[in-house]
Design a binder for this molecule. Structure first.
Ligand code: LMR
Length: 398
């Protein structure tokens, strides 16, 4: 019997598949605006200096590679929770919130999805249209029904009214996934007063927010980017937040993230966390320790933390200047106004407004790689090639 013969091939991942396609392209002038990794002026995704220093410290001082528990590294959990919720968080002081370490933000999202499916049966999850494509497949894989609320209108603008109107009809008790900042894929973020309106709807309809926080520090600043997550955590009795250290610590392949839960009281938080540890045991048993120890070391040392803060600032500043640079490079082609949104979007990504056909032509005729939806990773642009990129975009926009 040939066991594997009936198994069909499935299409490659819409984002990770671009890594292979880009590598295989022999054109030396190729440009990678695909997967969301930060690149510096040399086109490299560097290991932050703070990470290197923390790793050196760990090499000298780490005494064991024994398992961490089901919730992971307790120091990491405490320090990351402070980074997300604020060092003066009342939730942390009153033991109403804590973090469970997971393999990356994606692991944290899967843990949240499994938790909802197991402990809140019958609840659907509502994600923005568009959203990170893996949100759709990941929650479905966890057994959740995935619904959508509008986020970007047909004219490639943030549609706050459409979002609020749709959330107003979400069944009581359902889960709503919100991007804390640097919306992936669009780059369009809610203003603070819009967040307050969303909060009111969430409160009125008794929805459970699941806040995906993967780009802290890449929008307006580490504290500024946390405002929405903190507003929700402080205003509501129960919130789920997934935090990722892939981007802001440059720890992509070390898989560092956490699911932060805030509950009405310490007793309920303990119950929820017992479920999370039990679910995690069946997914990855215990999380990988190295990257989390790196993060805990950096956040726990004043000097190291300052090195890291400066590095996050440098990354954010570079992305912001690339955004302005691209709009300026498009100006001689008469396209600065059409693409003006690139300068107001936040984080790594821009929903350019380019069609799938234009994206295909960019790849096939100009070796410019971006996600089929028209999402470009602005943080992947080589500043010396802005002119080439603008020319390629202009050619497919004719
Ligand atoms: C992205 O959206 O490109 C990143 O979040 C990387 C990933 O895992 O898809």
């Amino acid at each position: 019997m040939n066991h594997f013969a009936p198994i069909p091939r499935v299409p490659g991942d819409p984002i990770l598949g671009l890594i292979d396609a880009f590598r295989a392209d022999p054109n030396p002038a190729k440009l990678d605006l695909g997967v969301g990794v930060y690149k510096d002026a040399q086109g490299l995704t560097p290991i932050p200096r703070a990470v290197k220093l923390a790793e050196q410290h760990l090499v000298e001082h780490e005494t064991t590679k024994s398992y961490v528990g089901g919730h992971g590294d307790a120091l990491f959990a405490a320090r990351l929770s402070e980074l997300v919720l604020g060092s003066d968080s009342r939730l942390l002081a009153s033991q109403r919130a804590d973090a469970t370490q997971a393999p990356g933000g994606t692991g944290a999202l899967r843990l949240a999805g499994e938790f909802i499916a197991r402990c809140l049966p019958g609840r659907s999850i509502w994600v923005s249209d568009p959203t990170w494509p893996i949100h759709e497949t990941l929650f479905a894989a966890a057994g959740l029904k995935v619904n959508h609320y509008p986020y970007v209108g047909a004219d490639n603008h943030l549609d706050v009214d459409g979002m609020l109107a749709a959330l107003n009809h979400v069944p009581h008790g359902d889960v709503v996934l919100l991007h804390a900042c640097c919306h992936n894929p669009s780059g369009f973020d809610l203003a603070y007063n819009d967040w307050q309106k969303v909060l009111e709807v969430v409160r009125r309809r008794e929805l459970l927010p699941l806040i995906d926080f993967a780009y802290q520090g890449f929008g307006d600043g580490l504290e500024e980017d946390a405002r929405a997550a903190r507003l929700f955590a402080e205003s509501l009795p129960e919130v789920l937040i997934t935090s990722s250290c892939s981007k802001n610590f440059g720890l992509y392949r070390d898989r560092v993230g956490a699911l932060i839960v805030s509950a009405a009281n310490a007793e309920q938080l303990g119950n929820v966390r017992s479920q999370l540890a039990s679910i995690a045991r069946n997914l990855w048993s215990t999380p990988p320790a190295h990257g989390a120890e790196v993060v805990a070391t950096i956040l726990g040392d004043r000097d190291l933390k300052q090195v890291w803060l400066d590095e996050v600032t440098a990354m954010r500043t570079r992305i912001a200047s690339l955004r302005l640079g691209l709009v300026e490079a498009l100006r001689p082609h008469g396209l600065a106004e059409r693409f003006a949104h690139i300068a107001i979007q936040r984080g790594m990504f821009s929903y350019t407004g380019l069609t799938p056909e234009q994206v295909r032509r960019l790849r096939e005729e100009h070796s410019v790689y971006m996600v089929g939806s028209g999402r470009a990773n602005i943080a992947g642009i080589d500043a010396t090639r802005l002119g080439d990129l603008a020319r390629a975009i202009a050619a497919v926009c004719e």
